[in-house]
Ligand binder design. Structure first.
Ligand SMILES: Nc1ncnc2c1ncn2[C@@H]1O[C@H](COP(=O)(O)OP(=O)(O)OP(=O)(O)O)[C@@H](O)[C@H]1O
Ligand SMILES: [Mg+2]
Length: 234
């Protein structure tokens, strides 16, 4: 029996028009992603990785093509519906952490749960649990500026995973980190996700990081030029 993929991308096109020139950031790209899979999107600068991630996450609209979650067609949703979709299903990790500077680690992590209508007490408990999980139980009341880059990224991982969203999208999550911290962060992300059967979709230009994912899609000029699986070619 064939499994139904969690996400189906069909013939995605994204065209940017700049100074009369048309740029195909995505050029008729199709792929399927299964539940619980660790997915890497690799490629050089400008190959379309972030565009693909943003469209999959409902942050951007495609010019043409389909993004299907079960029976839900993301390309047909309006902004309000997309926001709801993201709040209920998706967590994000960014290269620059994107933490709110005036909030503590604990408050940053709890913020996402507020939109889900979780009570204050429960938000605090869940956020504390997540911060402990990423090794920051002693830094909960620190603000981002009082934390190292690696620690800030741990907070943002706690924020992405709190409430156990189905999918975690990460765009160059280790882009600002040294090699040792990069491996720690990758172990954390994949470890938590595997335990909870969450799907991770991670953009990187670092070929080394393909060791941490189950399947890597290699992009060039808005197309997938190669697919590799951990331990060999697909
Ligand atoms: N808002 C925009 N307007 C015009 N062109 C854009 C826009 N966003 C992206 N592009 C173009 O689309 C292509 C793909 O960009 P994208 O940001 O997806 O690349 P990337 O693979 O994430 O690169 P990087 O590794 O540098 O982050 C590039 O040629 C880029 O210049
Ligand atoms: Mg990018």
């Amino acid at each position: 029996m064939e499994r139904t993929p969690l996400i189906q991308l069909k013939d995605l096109v994204k065209v940017f028009t700049l100074g009369g020139e048309q740029i195909y950031a995505l050029n008729h790209l199709s792929l399927n992603i299964n539940k619980g899979e660790m997915v890497g999107i690799l490629g050089t600068s400008g190959s379309g990785k972030s565009t693909l991630l943003n469209i999959m996450a409902g942050l951007e609209k495609p010019t043409a093509g389909e993004i299907i979650y079960g029976h839900l067609h993301l390309e047909k949703l309006n902004e309000k519906e997309l926001t709801k979709f993201r709040q209920l299903n998706v967590g994000f990790v960014f290269q620059s952490y994107n933490l709110l500077p005036t909030l503590t680690a604990l408050e940053n992590v709890g913020l996402g749960l507020m939109f889900k209508g979780v009570s204050k007490k429960e938000r605090e408990e869940e956020s504390k649990r997540m911060l402990s999980l990423v090794g920051l139980e002693k830094r909960m009341h620190h603000k981002p500026k009082q934390l190292s880059g690696g620690q800030q990224q741990r907070v943002s991982i706690a924020r992405a995973f709190v409430g156990t969203p189905k999918i975690i999208f990460a765009d160059e999550p280790t882009g600002n980190l040294d090699t040792a911290t990069t491996y720690e962060i990758m172990e954390l992300i994949t470890g938590i996700a595997k335990r909870n059967q969450q799907t991770v979709i991670m953009v990187t230009h670092d070929e080394e990081l393909s060791n941490f994912v189950d399947i890597s899609y290699h992009m060039r000029d808005g197309e997938i030029i190669r697919i590799s699986r951990k331990g060999g070619e697909a």
